[in-house]
Design a protein around this ligand. Sequence first.
Ligand SMILES: Cc1cc2nc3c(=O)[nH]c(=O)nc-3n(C[C@H](O)[C@H](O)[C@H](O)COP(=O)(O)OP(=O)(O)OC[C@H]3O[C@@H](n4cnc5c(N)ncnc54)[C@H](O)[C@@H]3O)c2cc1C
Ligand code: SF4
Length: 328
Amino acid sequence: MINFDYTKPSTIQNAIGVLNKDAGAQFIAGGSNLVDLMKRGVMTPQKVVDITGLPLKAIELRENTIQIGALALNSDVAENDLIKKHLPLLSQAFKAGASAQIRNMATVGGNMLQRTRCGYFYDTALPCNKREPGSGCGALQGYNRMHAIFGTSDKCIAVHPSDMCIALAALNATVLVTGPKGSRRILFTDFHRLPGTTPQLDNNLQRGELITGVELPLNAALAQHSLYTKIRDRVSYAFALVSVAVALDMKGKTIQSARIAMGGVAHKPWRLTAAEDFLKGKEATLNNFQQAASLAMKDAKGYGYNNFKLTLAPNTIVQTLKTLAQIS
Ligand SMILES: Cc1cc2nc3c(=O)[nH]c(=O)nc-3n(C[C@H](O)[C@H](O)[C@H](O)COP(=O)(O)OP(=O)(O)OC[C@H]3O[C@@H](n4cnc5c(N)ncnc54)[C@H](O)[C@@H]3O)c2cc1C
Ligand code: SF4
């Protein structure tokens, strides 16, 4: 690991100010991703700005929304009574992520900005356009078992690794951000990016912007029928091969509206709008669920080692919908 300076501001304005002044500075929260990347030489900030002293840990009910501070720990959000009651999907997604020890360190903002787990990205001896633009993509022709089947480009086929973010996408969250030019709100589905020709950019944050929190609208009907399914190589401590977050508004057996997002399949949390539109007003039947899954898979493309996801993904969508609707 290279030498670096360390500073721990106690106000948001100071934290933003330090980052704005120093091009080599980087925020650090729980450090569970950034420190790993620094040890491997993948990220080399000259100054780390420790934001854990900022007052951004609260989880609060405000009118028809819940606001979660960017520094709330993954374990605290998962076990919070407001979250379990109003946003059970989010609690489930957190509990499916990482291990108990890591969840005790990891923050909401850091989880959103964690980098891909593509092995070529982590190995500085191998080509990777995300780590070093223009160097090539090792995964395209290489070992790509964990990689994307949607929204890829010829520059990068990495997936976004977070579980939390898949639930946030399905729950229509908004990211709260403050930077040198003031505060702004970003719809969660617009927050992360597809790789295109600039895979080095994971999201639409501007330089110097700090995530201060995330806001989630309350929806009692969706909260009653929601489920996160994560398929992984072992029960604990593994990133998703495929994951599905579903929330249904049901009247009897009829689906009034559906929200579905997938993880492990794209460079960003992947919202299945075609399947959602199809299910609106339909009965909860196996046939309708299978048709929705086929629509969702229309543009999917495998790269060899990850071809199994072309079957695993629709099966996981159907299984999650069946479990939620309690049909066999
Ligand atoms: C062994 C292992 C297994 C894991 N398994 C899973 C898993 O199954 N599912 C899953 O979802 N995750 C998993 N993770 C990832 C873990 O959830 C992330 O490392 C963690 O959420 C990152 O949070 P952090 O606070 O530690 O971020 P940090 O490492 O401190 O920061 C990560 C990035 O976010 C930036 N940052 C942090 N906070 C802010 C902010 N408020 N505003 C702007 N920038 C910010 C930092 O500059 C840095 O670039 C795993 C991690 C490990 C080590
Ligand atoms: S898939 Fe993306 S992150 Fe992985 S090697 Fe290719 S460019 Fe790098």
